[in-house]
Design a protein around this ligand. Structure first.
Ligand SMILES: [Zn+2]
Ligand SMILES: [Zn+2]
Length: 352
Protein backbone atom coordinates (compact mmCIF):
# COMPACT_ATOMS: atom_id res chain seq x y z
CA UNK A 1 0.00 0.00 0.00
CA UNK A 2 1.40 3.37 -1.04
CA UNK A 3 1.25 6.30 1.35
CA UNK A 4 0.88 9.71 -0.26
CA UNK A 5 3.11 12.54 0.89
CA UNK A 6 1.48 15.76 2.12
CA UNK A 7 2.16 17.46 -1.25
CA UNK A 8 0.75 14.52 -3.21
CA UNK A 9 -2.36 14.49 -1.02
CA UNK A 10 -2.90 18.20 -1.59
CA UNK A 11 -2.48 17.76 -5.34
CA UNK A 12 -4.88 14.80 -5.33
CA UNK A 13 -7.55 16.79 -3.48
CA UNK A 14 -7.04 19.73 -5.84
CA UNK A 15 -7.63 17.42 -8.81
CA UNK A 16 -10.89 16.16 -7.33
CA UNK A 17 -11.98 19.71 -6.54
CA UNK A 18 -11.15 20.74 -10.12
CA UNK A 19 -13.38 17.92 -11.41
CA UNK A 20 -16.31 19.07 -9.27
CA UNK A 21 -15.44 22.77 -9.67
CA UNK A 22 -16.05 23.24 -5.92
CA UNK A 23 -13.96 22.90 -2.73
CA UNK A 24 -14.22 19.34 -1.42
CA UNK A 25 -15.42 20.55 1.99
CA UNK A 26 -18.34 22.23 0.21
CA UNK A 27 -19.58 18.84 -1.01
CA UNK A 28 -19.19 16.98 2.27
CA UNK A 29 -22.27 16.64 4.46
CA UNK A 30 -22.64 15.13 7.92
CA UNK A 31 -24.64 11.93 8.34
CA UNK A 32 -28.39 12.49 8.93
CA UNK A 33 -29.83 9.00 9.08
CA UNK A 34 -32.60 10.02 11.50
CA UNK A 35 -34.66 11.61 8.74
CA UNK A 36 -35.05 8.32 6.89
CA UNK A 37 -36.56 6.57 9.94
CA UNK A 38 -40.39 6.32 10.01
CA UNK A 39 -41.80 8.95 12.40
CA UNK A 40 -42.89 6.28 14.92
CA UNK A 41 -39.35 4.96 15.23
CA UNK A 42 -37.75 8.34 15.88
CA UNK A 43 -36.77 9.11 19.48
CA UNK A 44 -38.27 12.05 21.38
CA UNK A 45 -35.68 14.57 20.20
CA UNK A 46 -35.93 13.40 16.59
CA UNK A 47 -39.72 13.75 16.72
CA UNK A 48 -39.45 17.31 17.99
CA UNK A 49 -36.75 18.13 15.43
CA UNK A 50 -39.12 16.90 12.70
CA UNK A 51 -40.91 20.26 13.08
CA UNK A 52 -38.05 21.77 11.17
CA UNK A 53 -38.04 19.32 8.22
CA UNK A 54 -38.80 21.04 4.94
CA UNK A 55 -40.02 19.42 1.73
CA UNK A 56 -37.70 16.71 0.38
CA UNK A 57 -36.92 18.75 -2.75
CA UNK A 58 -35.10 21.28 -0.59
CA UNK A 59 -32.55 18.63 0.34
CA UNK A 60 -31.85 17.60 -3.26
CA UNK A 61 -29.86 19.45 -5.92
CA UNK A 62 -32.22 21.27 -8.29
CA UNK A 63 -31.83 22.34 -11.93
CA UNK A 64 -30.48 25.88 -12.29
CA UNK A 65 -33.26 28.44 -12.14
CA UNK A 66 -32.60 30.92 -15.01
CA UNK A 67 -34.88 33.58 -13.48
CA UNK A 68 -33.57 35.98 -10.83
CA UNK A 69 -35.07 35.62 -7.33
CA UNK A 70 -38.51 37.31 -7.23
CA UNK A 71 -39.25 40.26 -4.94
CA UNK A 72 -41.34 38.96 -2.08
CA UNK A 73 -44.09 41.38 -1.04
CA UNK A 74 -43.05 42.35 2.47
CA UNK A 75 -46.56 43.66 3.23
CA UNK A 76 -47.83 40.08 3.09
CA UNK A 77 -45.39 39.31 5.90
CA UNK A 78 -46.41 42.37 7.90
CA UNK A 79 -50.03 41.34 7.59
CA UNK A 80 -49.16 37.78 8.65
CA UNK A 81 -47.27 39.04 11.72
CA UNK A 82 -50.19 41.36 12.57
CA UNK A 83 -52.45 38.40 13.22
CA UNK A 84 -49.82 35.95 14.48
CA UNK A 85 -48.06 38.01 17.18
CA UNK A 86 -51.01 39.70 19.00
CA UNK A 87 -53.14 36.63 20.04
CA UNK A 88 -51.02 35.95 23.14
CA UNK A 89 -51.41 39.57 24.26
CA UNK A 90 -55.12 39.57 23.44
CA UNK A 91 -55.69 36.38 25.45
CA UNK A 92 -54.01 37.90 28.50
CA UNK A 93 -56.01 41.12 28.07
CA UNK A 94 -59.29 39.19 27.73
CA UNK A 95 -58.48 37.17 30.83
CA UNK A 96 -58.06 40.33 32.92
CA UNK A 97 -61.29 41.68 31.42
CA UNK A 98 -63.39 38.55 31.97
CA UNK A 99 -62.07 37.29 35.32
CA UNK A 100 -63.26 39.47 38.19
CA UNK A 101 -60.69 41.65 39.96
CA UNK A 102 -61.82 40.13 43.26
CA UNK A 103 -60.95 36.63 42.03
CA UNK A 104 -57.73 34.99 43.21
CA UNK A 105 -57.10 34.02 39.57
CA UNK A 106 -57.48 37.56 38.14
CA UNK A 107 -53.82 38.62 38.05
CA UNK A 108 -51.22 36.41 36.41
CA UNK A 109 -48.41 35.41 38.74
CA UNK A 110 -45.01 35.92 37.02
CA UNK A 111 -44.51 32.13 36.88
CA UNK A 112 -47.88 31.64 35.20
CA UNK A 113 -47.09 34.48 32.76
CA UNK A 114 -43.77 32.80 32.01
CA UNK A 115 -45.45 29.46 31.31
CA UNK A 116 -48.12 31.07 29.14
CA UNK A 117 -45.68 33.11 27.02
CA UNK A 118 -43.28 30.14 26.80
CA UNK A 119 -46.05 28.03 25.23
CA UNK A 120 -47.17 30.95 23.05
CA UNK A 121 -43.57 31.38 21.86
CA UNK A 122 -43.36 27.69 20.97
CA UNK A 123 -46.58 27.98 18.95
CA UNK A 124 -45.26 31.11 17.21
CA UNK A 125 -41.89 29.51 16.38
CA UNK A 126 -43.66 26.43 14.97
CA UNK A 127 -45.77 28.68 12.73
CA UNK A 128 -42.65 30.54 11.57
CA UNK A 129 -40.93 27.23 10.74
CA UNK A 130 -43.95 26.01 8.78
CA UNK A 131 -44.20 29.30 6.91
CA UNK A 132 -40.50 29.17 5.99
CA UNK A 133 -40.93 25.62 4.71
CA UNK A 134 -43.89 26.68 2.58
CA UNK A 135 -41.87 29.43 0.90
CA UNK A 136 -38.74 27.26 0.56
CA UNK A 137 -40.90 24.95 -1.48
CA UNK A 138 -42.64 27.79 -3.35
CA UNK A 139 -39.58 29.85 -4.33
CA UNK A 140 -36.81 27.25 -4.02
CA UNK A 141 -33.62 28.07 -2.09
CA UNK A 142 -30.40 29.96 -2.83
CA UNK A 143 -27.56 28.04 -4.49
CA UNK A 144 -29.80 24.96 -4.83
CA UNK A 145 -28.24 24.04 -8.19
CA UNK A 146 -24.91 23.46 -6.42
CA UNK A 147 -25.85 22.24 -2.98
CA UNK A 148 -29.25 21.78 -1.36
CA UNK A 149 -30.22 22.55 2.24
CA UNK A 150 -28.58 20.57 5.04
CA UNK A 151 -30.44 18.24 7.35
CA UNK A 152 -29.63 18.50 11.04
CA UNK A 153 -26.79 15.97 11.52
CA UNK A 154 -27.53 12.89 13.67
CA UNK A 155 -25.04 14.07 16.27
CA UNK A 156 -26.73 17.46 16.67
CA UNK A 157 -30.44 16.58 16.82
CA UNK A 158 -30.52 16.53 20.64
CA UNK A 159 -28.40 19.68 20.81
CA UNK A 160 -30.79 21.52 18.45
CA UNK A 161 -33.88 20.58 20.46
CA UNK A 162 -32.16 21.57 23.71
CA UNK A 163 -31.01 24.84 22.13
CA UNK A 164 -34.55 25.67 21.00
CA UNK A 165 -35.90 24.91 24.47
CA UNK A 166 -33.24 26.99 26.25
CA UNK A 167 -33.80 29.77 23.72
CA UNK A 168 -37.55 29.85 24.38
CA UNK A 169 -37.16 29.73 28.15
CA UNK A 170 -34.41 32.34 28.32
CA UNK A 171 -35.98 34.75 25.88
CA UNK A 172 -39.39 34.49 27.57
CA UNK A 173 -37.97 34.97 31.07
CA UNK A 174 -35.57 37.67 29.85
CA UNK A 175 -38.40 39.66 28.25
CA UNK A 176 -40.51 39.53 31.40
CA UNK A 177 -37.62 40.47 33.71
CA UNK A 178 -36.03 43.17 31.53
CA UNK A 179 -39.47 44.58 30.71
CA UNK A 180 -40.39 44.79 34.41
CA UNK A 181 -43.43 42.48 34.27
CA UNK A 182 -46.21 43.74 36.52
CA UNK A 183 -48.93 41.20 37.34
CA UNK A 184 -51.49 43.97 37.89
CA UNK A 185 -51.07 45.49 34.44
CA UNK A 186 -52.52 43.61 31.46
CA UNK A 187 -51.43 44.39 27.87
CA UNK A 188 -52.87 47.70 26.75
CA UNK A 189 -52.12 49.77 23.65
CA UNK A 190 -51.10 53.28 24.67
CA UNK A 191 -50.17 52.06 28.16
CA UNK A 192 -47.97 48.97 28.40
CA UNK A 193 -47.53 49.00 24.63
CA UNK A 194 -46.56 52.37 23.20
CA UNK A 195 -48.45 53.72 20.18
CA UNK A 196 -44.96 54.00 18.69
CA UNK A 197 -44.04 50.41 19.50
CA UNK A 198 -42.94 49.75 15.91
CA UNK A 199 -40.35 52.55 16.19
CA UNK A 200 -39.22 51.29 19.61
CA UNK A 201 -38.88 47.70 18.39
CA UNK A 202 -37.01 48.93 15.29
CA UNK A 203 -34.54 50.89 17.43
CA UNK A 204 -34.12 47.93 19.79
CA UNK A 205 -33.33 45.69 16.82
CA UNK A 206 -30.71 48.15 15.53
CA UNK A 207 -29.11 48.37 19.00
CA UNK A 208 -29.19 44.58 19.23
CA UNK A 209 -27.60 44.31 15.81
CA UNK A 210 -24.73 46.56 16.88
CA UNK A 211 -23.85 44.40 19.88
CA UNK A 212 -24.41 41.23 17.88
CA UNK A 213 -22.14 42.55 15.09
CA UNK A 214 -19.30 43.22 17.56
CA UNK A 215 -19.64 39.82 19.20
CA UNK A 216 -20.07 37.99 15.89
CA UNK A 217 -17.06 39.59 14.21
CA UNK A 218 -14.81 38.84 17.19
CA UNK A 219 -15.78 35.15 17.30
CA UNK A 220 -14.89 34.82 13.62
CA UNK A 221 -11.45 36.38 14.16
CA UNK A 222 -10.23 34.92 17.46
CA UNK A 223 -9.39 31.20 16.99
CA UNK A 224 -10.42 30.17 20.51
CA UNK A 225 -13.79 31.88 20.14
CA UNK A 226 -14.27 30.53 16.62
CA UNK A 227 -14.29 27.04 18.12
CA UNK A 228 -17.34 28.10 20.14
CA UNK A 229 -19.14 29.66 17.16
CA UNK A 230 -18.16 26.96 14.65
CA UNK A 231 -20.98 24.68 15.85
CA UNK A 232 -23.45 27.20 14.44
CA UNK A 233 -21.48 27.09 11.18
CA UNK A 234 -21.56 23.30 10.86
CA UNK A 235 -24.09 23.90 8.08
CA UNK A 236 -23.33 25.86 4.92
CA UNK A 237 -26.97 25.77 3.85
CA UNK A 238 -29.12 25.88 7.00
CA UNK A 239 -32.88 25.77 7.48
CA UNK A 240 -35.03 28.02 9.67
CA UNK A 241 -34.66 26.42 13.11
CA UNK A 242 -30.94 25.82 12.67
CA UNK A 243 -30.68 29.54 13.40
CA UNK A 244 -30.90 28.53 17.06
CA UNK A 245 -28.28 25.77 16.86
CA UNK A 246 -25.37 26.95 19.01
CA UNK A 247 -22.89 25.93 21.70
CA UNK A 248 -23.47 26.73 25.40
CA UNK A 249 -21.25 29.81 25.56
CA UNK A 250 -22.65 31.21 22.33
CA UNK A 251 -26.16 30.72 23.70
CA UNK A 252 -25.24 32.55 26.88
CA UNK A 253 -23.98 35.56 24.93
CA UNK A 254 -26.66 35.61 22.22
CA UNK A 255 -29.66 34.85 24.40
CA UNK A 256 -28.75 36.83 27.51
CA UNK A 257 -26.04 39.40 27.01
CA UNK A 258 -26.81 40.83 23.56
CA UNK A 259 -30.54 41.51 24.22
CA UNK A 260 -29.63 42.79 27.72
CA UNK A 261 -27.16 45.29 26.23
CA UNK A 262 -29.73 46.37 23.59
CA UNK A 263 -32.28 46.99 26.35
CA UNK A 264 -29.89 49.41 28.03
CA UNK A 265 -30.01 51.51 24.85
CA UNK A 266 -33.72 51.06 24.02
CA UNK A 267 -35.75 49.86 27.02
CA UNK A 268 -38.97 47.97 26.25
CA UNK A 269 -41.89 46.92 28.43
CA UNK A 270 -42.59 43.21 28.96
CA UNK A 271 -45.41 43.31 26.39
CA UNK A 272 -43.27 45.19 23.85
CA UNK A 273 -40.61 42.55 24.45
CA UNK A 274 -43.05 39.88 23.34
CA UNK A 275 -43.49 41.71 20.01
CA UNK A 276 -39.74 42.35 19.66
CA UNK A 277 -38.79 38.72 20.40
CA UNK A 278 -41.33 37.44 17.87
CA UNK A 279 -39.99 39.76 15.16
CA UNK A 280 -36.44 38.78 16.13
CA UNK A 281 -36.95 35.01 15.81
CA UNK A 282 -39.03 35.56 12.66
CA UNK A 283 -36.10 37.42 11.04
CA UNK A 284 -33.48 34.98 12.35
CA UNK A 285 -35.43 31.98 11.08
CA UNK A 286 -35.96 33.68 7.71
CA UNK A 287 -32.27 34.50 7.43
CA UNK A 288 -31.46 30.80 7.84
CA UNK A 289 -34.21 29.46 5.58
CA UNK A 290 -32.39 30.26 2.34
CA UNK A 291 -35.70 31.13 0.64
CA UNK A 292 -34.77 32.18 -2.90
CA UNK A 293 -36.39 35.61 -2.98
CA UNK A 294 -35.50 39.21 -2.28
CA UNK A 295 -37.06 39.22 1.19
CA UNK A 296 -36.00 42.19 3.34
CA UNK A 297 -36.58 43.11 6.98
CA UNK A 298 -40.24 43.54 7.98
CA UNK A 299 -39.63 46.64 10.12
CA UNK A 300 -36.40 48.25 8.93
CA UNK A 301 -36.62 47.82 5.15
CA UNK A 302 -37.85 51.29 4.03
CA UNK A 303 -35.63 53.12 6.54
CA UNK A 304 -32.41 51.40 5.51
CA UNK A 305 -32.98 50.73 1.80
CA UNK A 306 -32.00 54.29 0.64
CA UNK A 307 -28.59 53.76 2.27
CA UNK A 308 -28.10 50.23 0.91
CA UNK A 309 -28.08 49.04 4.52
CA UNK A 310 -31.19 46.84 4.41
CA UNK A 311 -30.66 43.16 5.03
CA UNK A 312 -32.30 40.36 3.05
CA UNK A 313 -32.33 36.58 3.36
CA UNK A 314 -29.44 36.06 0.95
CA UNK A 315 -27.05 38.07 3.15
CA UNK A 316 -26.93 35.63 6.07
CA UNK A 317 -27.15 32.70 3.67
CA UNK A 318 -23.88 33.92 2.15
CA UNK A 319 -22.43 34.32 5.65
CA UNK A 320 -22.92 30.58 6.20
CA UNK A 321 -21.52 29.73 2.77
CA UNK A 322 -18.30 31.68 3.45
CA UNK A 323 -17.86 30.03 6.86
CA UNK A 324 -14.95 31.28 8.97
CA UNK A 325 -13.87 33.83 6.37
CA UNK A 326 -17.03 35.66 7.45
CA UNK A 327 -18.61 38.78 5.84
CA UNK A 328 -22.18 39.91 6.54
CA UNK A 329 -21.97 39.70 10.32
CA UNK A 330 -25.22 41.60 10.99
CA UNK A 331 -28.47 39.65 11.25
CA UNK A 332 -31.01 42.48 11.39
CA UNK A 333 -29.33 45.14 9.26
CA UNK A 334 -26.27 45.80 7.09
CA UNK A 335 -25.58 49.11 8.86
CA UNK A 336 -22.43 47.95 10.62
CA UNK A 337 -21.26 45.71 7.76
CA UNK A 338 -21.45 48.79 5.50
CA UNK A 339 -19.73 51.08 8.00
CA UNK A 340 -16.89 48.66 8.71
CA UNK A 341 -16.62 47.27 5.17
CA UNK A 342 -17.53 43.68 5.98
CA UNK A 343 -20.50 43.32 3.63
CA UNK A 344 -20.23 41.17 0.53
CA UNK A 345 -22.04 41.47 -2.79
CA UNK A 346 -25.19 39.47 -3.23
CA UNK A 347 -24.85 36.64 -5.74
CA UNK A 348 -28.42 35.98 -6.88
CA UNK A 349 -30.31 39.11 -5.72
CA UNK A 350 -27.94 41.25 -7.78
CA UNK A 351 -30.55 43.33 -9.57
CA UNK A 352 -31.93 44.86 -6.37
ZN1 LIG B 1 -20.93 33.43 11.99
ZN1 LIG C 1 -26.37 31.77 11.19
Amino acid sequence: MTTLTKTETTEFLSEIEAIYEQPLAYRLRASSKWVSKPFKERNFFEKVASIELANKRNYEVQPKNPKPPPIHNIWIERFWLCYTIPPALIIQRLWYYLVSETSYFHAWHPLFAFLFYYIAFFVFITQVAKRSQYYMNYYGTFDEENRPRDYVPDKLVTRLVMSVNIYMMARTAGGLILGGYDRNTPPSLGHTISWFFVVKVGLWLIALDFFFYCYHRIVHIVPFLWRIHSLHHCTKHPTALQSILAGDIQELIEIFLVPFAASMIMPLTAHEFWIAQCVLIYMEAGGHSGIRAYWPHVILYEVLKPFGMEICIEDHDLHHRYGKSGMNYGKQTRIFDRIFGTHCDRVECVQK
